[in-house]
Design a protein around this ligand. Structure first.
Ligand code: THU
Length: 130
């Protein structure tokens, strides 16, 4: 699957964002090694702190369906340039997806594809616990 097809899924799911507090909609589409795409949007609520990012919603959906291996994720925002995943999402993507390919995109056609290690160097992970 091309990064552009993944971006299209993220653009679509972004419309479902529950972003009443920030008005900042985010969509994510995570490609599993199985070939299935798991999408997620950000979900905000009145306590603010319980907000969940689009990337984690996609990841939780995939993990809960039994997926354990991932190859790519696309994240779409309206920002110029587009936003990249927050620190919490970087940690979780590293933990469950490894050095995954990430395409950052916005609605105006901006695309930047990189590896997670480029935005998340020197991670803490299970290797430190061995
Ligand atoms: N957000 C995401 O869903 N993903 C990101 O990568 C950055 C931030 C959400 C959280 C919150 O609902 C809104 O964007 C503003 O921070």
């Amino acid at each position: 699957m091309s990064p552009e097809e993944l971006v299209a899924s993220a653009v679509k799911v972004r419309e479902n964002a529950c972003a009443a507090y920030s008005n900042y909609k985010v969509g994510a589409a995570l490609l599993a090694a199985s070939g299935k795409v798991y999408t997620g949007c950000n979900v905000e609520n009145s306590t603010y702190g319980l907000t969940v990012c689009a990337e984690r919603v996609a990841l939780w959906k995939a993990l809960s369906e039994g997926e354990r291996s991932f190859t790519k994720i696309a994240v779409v925002t309206s920002s110029e340039p587009p936003a990249s995943p927050c620190g919490a999402c970087r940690q979780l993507l590293w933990e469950f997806c490894g050095n995954i390919e990430i395409t950052l995109a916005n609605l105006k056609g901006f695309r930047k594809t990189l590896r997670l290690s480029e935005i998340f160097p020197r991670p803490f992970d299970q290797s430190a616990l061995d």
